[in-house]
Design a protein around this ligand. Structure first.
Ligand SMILES: [Mn+2]
Length: 247
């Protein structure tokens, strides 16, 4: 059975194209996935409450529950838009949650998975902000305010970060950062490195080691599959749309 890796769907509303395609994909693949790796920013905004779910996400949460019930394990790596995953992911979906990414074992191949927002060691401002967002104090505050307020604040903050994103893309070249990130992990003994966040699909193999950047499920519908001992980068839908990039 295959493992599937998806990141950066940035889901907002069930009527959106990317949301509908993710629902279709998950339902077609139900029962055919060994482990589903969700590598962050699946949601445009998520924080987990015990008894409340943002209404826009009810359909996908329900679909993930069906996927889980079909026997698929779910590993959730938190992104910069989805964190404090909470009881629904930890308990109902019984996910393995990796807030900062971590190591996984793919049929004996040690791999490092992360969202990718920490790939750039020079982005100090972001690291500071990330620490604030994930702090216990902020988590407590989120729990105190009405979820509708939190949703509104997040929508505003999301629009601000969208503006910054373009400037950062121009300043730091994702491919070079990904390669140096991968080189560090390969030196630690990992044989594969998988990340999202950059919205740039990339698959590179060298010396038996593989670097995968997933691209997004927002405009590209790209994702990776581990099957038969190797990674492929694919797009959905598309029987013949399998995409590979090397070199
Ligand atoms: Mn991201």
């Amino acid at each position: 059975m295959k493992d599937v890796f998806i990141a950066d769907a940035h889901l907002r509303h069930p009527d959106d194209e990317n949301y509908r395609r993710l629902m279709a994909f998950l339902s077609e693949e139900r029962g055919r996935i060994r482990t589903l790796y969700l590598l962050g920013d699946i949601f445009e905004f998520w924080v987990g409450y015990r008894h409340v779910a943002f209404s826009a996400y009810v359909p996908v949460l329900e679909e993930l529950r069906r996927v889980r019930q079909s026997g698929t394990e779910i590993v959730y790596v938190e992104g910069n838009h989805d964190f404090h995953m909470g009881p629904y992911f930890a308990e109902t979906l019984d996910c393995r949650i990796l807030p900062d990414g971590g190591s996984i074992d793919l049929d004996g191949t040690p791999a490092f998975v992360s969202h990718g927002d920490l790939v750039n060691p020079h982005d100090r401002g972001y690291r500071l902000w990330r620490g604030v967002l994930r702090s216990r104090i902020l988590q407590k505050m989120i729990g105190v305010f009405p979820p509708d307020w939190i949703w509104g604040i997040a929508a505003w903050a999301g629009r601000q970060s969208g503006k910054k994103h373009a400037a950062k893309q121009a300043r730091w070249i994702p491919r070079e950062m990904l390669r140096s990130h991968a080189a560090r992990r390969f030196a630690e003994g990992f044989e594969a490195v998988v990340t999202g966040h950059f919205h740039s699909p990339l698959l590179e193999r060298s010396d038996g080691k593989t670097l995968v950047s997933l691209g997004d499920w927002l405009h590209q519908y790209s994702y990776a599959v581990w099957d038969g001992g190797q990674f492929t980068l694919r797009t959905y839908p598309g029987a013949k749309s399998e995409k590979r990039q090397t070199g």
